[in-house]
Ligand binder design. Structure first.
Ligand SMILES: CC(C)(COP(=O)(O)OP(=O)(O)OC[C@H]1O[C@@H](n2cnc3c(N)ncnc32)[C@H](O)[C@@H]1OP(=O)(O)O)[C@@H](O)C(=O)NCCC(=O)NCCS
Length: 174
């Protein structure tokens, strides 16, 4: 029996451990990690999968800006424990949290990842829109999703981490 719930304060150590296990160095040393270096997770969108009270999946989002100041959120990391991959947990976490993000009024989601993995959720390559990472590394892997129609119209520029105050959890950046 599994459940998907919002991450609680007591889950933070397990979330960090699962993210480290799943991503290794890329958790802290990657363009995606650098974009979340000056902020905390977006409130209300950090979700976990629990099975028999064990943490088996995590997803978080981070505040971003595109171009001069268009607000967006960065999806990631999403990580599922190796023993529980291929069971649809990532798909459920991503779909549920994106629905929640839309309901909370977020308009744009970006991530750095494989198009093959994320196109099923509606993400498209950002580069053809002129939306780019400041760093060359991973530039081709930047994906974007508009949660409201028209959110991408006329939008271009570099993505960067926002610094708006958020939950006080900076340990994923340690
Ligand atoms: C990537 C990851 C989150 C997928 O988790 P998962 O629970 O096994 O994925 P699901 O079972 O929900 O699969 C969802 C869909 O993605 C597909 N998929 C899974 N891994 C994939 C991959 N590496 N590339 C392409 N498609 C993939 C599945 O076939 C499935 O497709 P379907 O919807 O057509 O059936 C998991 O393998 C993981 O934690 N990897 C290490 C961390 C990582 O790389 N995270 C992503 C970058 S932050």
């Amino acid at each position: 029996m599994f459940s998907i719930i919002e991450e609680r304060a007591e889950d933070q150590d397990d979330v960090l451990q699962l993210a480290r296990l799943s991503l290794g160095n890329r958790l802290t040393d990657s363009p995606a990690a650098r974009m979340r270096a000056r902020t905390g997770p977006v409130p209300g969108l950090s979700m976990i999968v629990l099975e028999n009270d064990q943490l088996v999946g995590t997803i978080r989002y981070w505040p971003m800006l595109i171009g001069p100041g268009t607000k967006a959120i960065q999806l990631g990391p999403v990580a599922i424990h190796p023993d529980h991959r291929g069971r649809g947990f990532a798909r459920m976490l991503i779909r549920y949290s994106l629905d929640r993000a839309q309901a909370l009024g977020h308009r744009l989601v970006v991530l750095i990842g494989d198009h093959a993995l994320y196109q099923r959720y509606g993400f498209e390559p950002a580069l053809p829109h002129g939306i780019v990472l400041p760093e060359v590394e991973d530039r081709d892997r930047l994906q974007i999703l508009a949660l409201t129609s028209g959110a991408l119209d006329g939008l271009s520029g570099a993505v960067r981490g926002d610094t708006i105050p958020s939950l006080p959890d900076r340990r994923l950046l340690a």
